[in-house]
Design a protein around this ligand. Structure first.
Ligand code: NAP
Length: 475
């Protein structure tokens, strides 16, 4: 764990293993932190806050520039750690490291543009000035599926705003977190500004984050269930919360779209990270007129996808995170088939050629999916494309919006009016129009409805780390 500028063991001396999900092998041991360790980290962050928050934005951004340069220098190392610990193909891991580094440089620049405001008063003797100030010590909890970028997406804007931070990464990817903090250390960030507590049991640390009054804000990325629980408890001390939660993205192929292009797009975005992405399409609405060409192209592409270790050439499908994730995916597929869906391809655990040692599920296409099936409502987090035929464009928005989630959505159309109607009508905070990667460090990312609160990335990503203070001056 990295606390107050030093690498230390857990107070208890206990450690826990990190595994390679492609082989089941133990790849490292990390300290098993508890509340007492998190307490030390909060002490360090609270101690560092006054000095860090009073540095100029120009001084703070220098550390972020350095961290960015070091992350780019260490790109291959970080990508390899990620592929080994999380399982994604090495090229996808490299892309994630670049995306992670983008947050460091983008907020290094944006730190200098945390502007206030002057507001004219109706009294001649009065002046109003609005200041933006850092919220204080921030607690952060991150998931395993994007184990490096989800850390910089929080740490960079927090540091830019002048906050100090205590971060607890996912149990499944502590080595990725360690590798990021080694870079923050090498960038010379002052002691106590960034702190890392690894842990196998998250509950007691989450509890401390919610009850220690020095923590002014909690930023969480993970499942909607845990996010709701944290938000409920954060209300007790009215802590600020940012929540990046689950999704159930619709992917719409309109009658006028090019079905082959849409199928290519789906094959890329659905199977990215083996479907373990919050923005992964979970309901694919295809107009009946485009269906055959779409399914044929998609089946051709999906059938050719190779599964295996992310280090092997040509591998597109890495392992799922664990046995429970595999069971969940398989249960959803079985439920759909039992309720009448057609299994076009896949639909099984992969055990051939040593894949049985890891958690591999064959890339799967289900056709004829209906609202009665679990997969129509529940986030899958696996490599399954559920296809739903539609005929009447008037029903489309209601069908797509019929979910408690509101994170990402995708539309393929060549008609400008359709594009705007769907862009404006979809109750999702991210809409890709003929675009499967509508994300960037410069753009706001987040969810409507039960997909979360607040935005990360872009200028909006700083707001959550800032308080707004009004000064009224009589002269
Ligand atoms: P998760 O089970 O909610 O875990 C996320 C993080 O919360 C982990 O660090 C986890 O620790 C911790 N945690 C779990 N229970 C906790 C508790 N009681 N108190 C405090 N912390 C607790 O979610 P996940 O399975 O790792 O991640 C997948 C979910 O994240 C999906 O729903 C996905 O859509 C969502 N996600 C959203 C975004 C976004 O930007 N909207 C991005 C990526 C992922 P442990 O690992 O030790 O359990």
């Amino acid at each position: 764990m990295f606390i107050n500028g030093a690498w230390i063991s857990a107070e208890s001396g206990r450690e826990f293993p990190s595994y390679n999900p492609a082989s089941g092998e133990i790849i490292g041991m990390v300290p098993d932190g508890e509340a007492i360790d998190a307490h030390k980290a909060i002490d360090a962050a609270a101690g560092a806050f006054p000095k860090w928050s009073s540095q100029t934005a120009y001084q703070r951004s220098q550390f972020l520039y350095r961290a960015h340069a070091l992350m780019m220098e260490k790109l291959e190392h970080l990508a390899a750690v990620m592929t080994e610990e999380q399982g994604k193909p090495i090229q996808a891991a490299r892309n994630e490291v670049r995306y992670a580094a983008d947050f460091l440089i983008w907020y290094a620049e944006e730190a200098k543009r945390i502007y206030g405001q002057t507001i004219p008063s109706d009294r001649a003797d009065q002046r109003f000035i609005v200041l933006r100030q850092p919220v204080g010590v921030v607690a952060a909890i991150t998931p395993w599926n994007y184990p490096i970028s989800m850390i910089t997406r929080k740490v960079a804007p927090a540091m830019a705003a002048g906050c100090t931070i205590v971060l607890k990464p996912a149990e499944a990817t502590p080595l990725c977190a360690k590798a990021v903090f080694e870079i923050l250390e090498a960038a010379g960030i002052p002691e106590g500004v960034v702190n890392l507590v690894t842990a196998q049991t998250p509950g007691p640390i989450g509890e401390l984050f919610l009850t220690d009054p020095r923590i002014r804000k909690l930023t969480f990325t993970g499942s909607t269930g845990v996010g709701k629980m944290l938000a409920r408890e954060a209300a007790e001390q009215m802590k600020r919360v940012s929540l990046e939660l689950g999704g159930h993205a619709p992917f719409i192929v309109c009658q006028d779209a090019d079905p082959k292009r849409a199928a290519t797009g789906l094959s890329l975005v659905k199977f990215l990270n083996t479907g373990q992405a919050c923005i992964s399409p979970n309901r694919v609405f295809v107009h009946e007129g485009a269906m055959d060409a779409f399914i044929n192209e998609l089946t051709r592409r999906v059938s050719a996808m190779k599964a295996g270790s992310g280090f092997d050439t040509g591998v597109r499908i890495g392992p799922l995170v664990n046995e429970a994730a595999l069971d969940k995916v398989d249960r959803q597929v079985r439920d759909a088939v039992a309720k009448g869906a057609e299994l076009v391809v896949g639909g099984r655990r992969m055990t051939e050629e040593g894949l049985d040692r890891g958690f591999f599920y064959a890339p799967t296409i289900l056709r004829g999916v209906t609202p009665e099936m679990v997969i129509y409502r529940e986030e899958t987090f696996g490599p399954v494309a559920p296809i739903i035929a539609y005929n009447d464009a008037d029903d489309l928005l209601a069908m797509a919006n019929d979910t408690r989630y509101g994170l990402a959505s995708y539309v393929y159309t060549n008609d400008l009016k359709t594009a705007f109607t769907l862009f404006e009508g979809l109750e999702f905070a991210i809409v890709g129009i003929n675009d499967i990667n509508p994300t960037s460090a410069a753009a706001p990312f987040g969810g409507m409805k039960e997909s979360g609160l607040g935005r990360e990335g872009g200028i909006q990503g700083l707001d959550d780390y800032l308080e707004t203070k009004l000064g009224g001056f009589s002269i």
